[in-house]
Design a protein around this ligand. Sequence first.
Ligand SMILES: Nc1ncnc2c1ncn2[C@@H]1O[C@H](COP(=O)(O)OP(=O)(O)OP(=O)(O)O)[C@@H](O)[C@H]1O
Ligand SMILES: [Mg+2]
Length: 763
Amino acid sequence: MAETSDAPHRLVAPAIVGRDGELRRAVDAVTASPALVVISGEAGIGKTRLVGELAAAASRAGRRPLAGRCHALREPFPLGPVIEAVRGLGEHLGELALSPVAGALRPFLPELAHVLPPAPEPLGDRAAERHRAFRGFVDVFAAAGPAVLILEDLHWAEEQTGDFVGYLLAESLPELSVVVTFRPESVDPRVRALAAGVPAGTGVADVTLAPLGPADVGALAASIIGVDAVSAEFASYLCERTSGLPFAVEELVALLQERGTLVQRRGGGWARRALDELDVPTRIRDSVLERVARLGDAARQVAEAAAVLQVPVPLSLLVATAPLERAEALRAVGEALESGLLAEHGDDVGFRHPLAAQAVYEDLSGPRRLLLHDRAATALAAAVPTPAGQLAHHLRHADRLDEWVAAAERAAEQAFGLSNDTEAVRILEDVLRHAPVSTTTPERRGRLAVLLGEAAVEAGRAQDAAQLLGAVLEEDLPAPARGELRFRLGGLLHDAGTELLRAHQLFADAVADLDHRPDLKAWAMVVLGIPMAGDGDLAEHRAWLRRALTVVPEIPDHAFQVFLLGKIAMVQLPTGDPAWRDTAGRVERQTGGKPHHRREINAYWSIGTQATYAGHHELADRLLTAGLAAAAGGDGARIETRMERSLRSGLVLLRYCEGSWDGLAEDAAVLMDELAGNPRARIDGEAAAACLALVRGDLDGAAAALTAAADLADELSGFDLLPIPAAALFRLAVARGEADAVLDRARRLLAAAEPKGVLAPAV
Ligand SMILES: Nc1ncnc2c1ncn2[C@@H]1O[C@H](COP(=O)(O)OP(=O)(O)OP(=O)(O)O)[C@@H](O)[C@H]1O
Ligand SMILES: [Mg+2]
């Protein structure tokens, strides 16, 4: 009879088995940066293992590996794995030559703030903030020298991580290679499509890991057991029962060793029983559970706690979650680590593999799960900083629902505060749908719904959220919450463009409840002041705008005051309200003729373009020129690229209307190239370019360009701009004797403009 060795068995093969070709392709790509390596395959197939070998090879070739991973339980902050990768640089971050934009990373890496540049001025624009954070991360990776950024498990990534990887790859950093891994069955299609979008010149290796064949399974088993080889018969037996999944091979071999079925003889040989005596489980789940059952009682309890915690956590947290006395828990963690069921992941402890955690969790009884979720929640609530996502998850599953709602609200606020809008929407929708009404107050539900309304607009998810907001509005809410919620729902419907009349009714009803938020109150009035087809008479709209003008001075944010004044004048002018001059004057006075903030520049643009359409060229020139100077970064201001292009586009049209045509066609052509794909900003310049074709006598070119410009204006409801290209088109058609075409377009133009009471100055 063979003897059993007392030494702990080896669980993992010391060297990687059977992935030579895959590894070579990945290493070749990584060492010829810029490059993207995509490693995909099912859970337990060996992605992390391959990445480990790849990182070691890259390191030997003088490239610094920077690694981060996504987790099954998400935290509110975006870009988790990217942040983790930068965090891996630690204090070295201070030695890199970073540009000021890296200061934007401070909120993501508070513990490294002292080695980052100073925090830049807030931008007051979420998309711009997000973009600046992206640039900050790119700056770090560009400065990190030859490096490999490894982002694991992107099937659990929130949206921004995938967006960031696309953005980073587009930068083609010459010394950076990027490696991503994911399980293909559950990954976002945009992540899957990353390889298709890389710029020319970036190397791509697409590595799909397939199950191991019998020979490799045999080699893997032999390597784990520590022998030269196993028999071909045993190899194919293992391969069949594990489907060639390396993780399953490890678990099965570990089980056989623990059972004493595979035993080392003294002197290095080994023995096993006949295959038909083995009685081996065919599911990973059963091997894992049998291994857990073989642990001592305390170690088993620790394993169960780790399974409920689901992701690796600091040791103290695992100890506090296990229902054991501290010293015993610590000893038991040691035993579970030794068995190889648990493993250390950096500073954290958790299951060696998530598949094993899942098997143990699924086997727990309901009351046992509840108890452990409860202990996990209590332990997490005391952690600093609190992982809000994990805390909310455990409170919910511990049935502590009122606390869950409170934690979820904090998590959503944190997500929204970091511009992680999709995550905020996900959390809020979940709570509003699933928290029983009895566990929340109407006040809180009102607050959650308001935040959902804000986040959904930012995330472009208006339609889904609208129904939930409507349902909460049915409840008996306090007036301020009701006002804000009506305002947000009105905004959602307005953006979705589906129920405009209902949106207007909501805005109108909101006004009475918004005394505490003059910004929203005035904003609602401005929206009500905009003539839309078929929604009331012009006098009513005009009255809303005048009311808005009286609320604007109460708004604490002065840039927002100017922004709204710009919108008011923008409507007053084409609808023939003489008050527009006074409103425009207020904008100039309040900004001293020089806008600074993006929203002030926006007001200059709004009024400047309308003044162009209406023939007030001198004013248009003053506003557009001052706006452009500010947007282009004059006086040391920040460059506002989007505004800058829109203003240039407006100025091209103004020059056309003034008759300053020298070199204008060339300027317009350059601008149109820059604005490809941005129809809203293009629209003015495109109209001008089309009119210029007519001026040059290029009749065929002009006909096509004018028709396209008029159609674009029509499509974007640019009823105020439309008369300019349309009038040019009329002249052309009349000259060619195409009266029918003129009449047809004129009818369409009038149909668009008439119900809105808009003057059509150029017609
Ligand atoms: N080619 C291999 N040679 C030796 N061991 C391997 C090999 N592939 C995987 N393993 C082992 O199998 C186990 C599972 O592999 P790994 O953790 O890399 O899977 P994964 O694809 O990353 O799974 P998941 O999607 O869950 O992250 C690990 O312990 C790993 O060491
Ligand atoms: Mg993995």
